[in-house]
Design a protein around this ligand. Structure first.
Ligand code: SF4
Ligand code: SF4
Length: 138
């Protein structure tokens, strides 16, 4: 591991402000996410999709309320133990590896992200975290 290697917590500590649970184009859910959330809410996946999701480009997105917040936001994430993979991964996502400058853009929107770290160190950390993950289920 290079000497400048950073751990995830060196780069990001969520402040629980909830800003990412509003707008941002919505939250995609995989079939595995739908199964987990439905089980957590003691409902079945088709009911969850009917009540809490809508379709976009052949995939499901969590619905948003009129105020723009995710349907599961209520001062905190009400499905935190089973929140979608997309929410769990933030901000360690592929687009940072593709172009590390995306980290700066994301950090301007997310107060939990450090924007003062060299981008090559950010990219190395994100790449390492993604490489250690299991393949994303659909
Ligand atoms: S915007 Fe960032 S700091 Fe705020 S809740 Fe989302 S991930 Fe956490
Ligand atoms: S599932 Fe939870 S963490 Fe993800 S956008 Fe909705 S409220 Fe936020």
């Amino acid at each position: 591991m290079p000497s400048h290697s950073l751990a995830a917590e060196d780069l990001f500590r969520c402040t629980l402000c909830g800003d990412c649970c509003r707008g941002f184009g919505g939250t995609y859910v995989s079939r595995e996410d739908v199964r987990s959330i439905a089980a957590f809410l003691a409902t079945d996946p088709s009911d969850l999709i009917d009540r809490c999701c809508h379709r976009s480009g052949g995939r499901y997105l969590l619905a948003q309320r009129a105020d723009g917040y995710c349907i599961f936001w209520d001062k905190t994430c009400t499905i935190h133990p089973v929140k979608p993979r997309m929410c769990r991964r933030w901000p360690f996502i592929e687009s940072v590896v593709t172009d590390a400058f995306n980290w700066k853009i994301m950090a301007s929107l997310c107060p939990g992200m450090r924007a003062d770290v060299p981008l090559d160190s950010v990219r190395e950390c994100v790449q390492r975290i993604l490489a250690s993950e299991a393949p994303e289920p659909t």
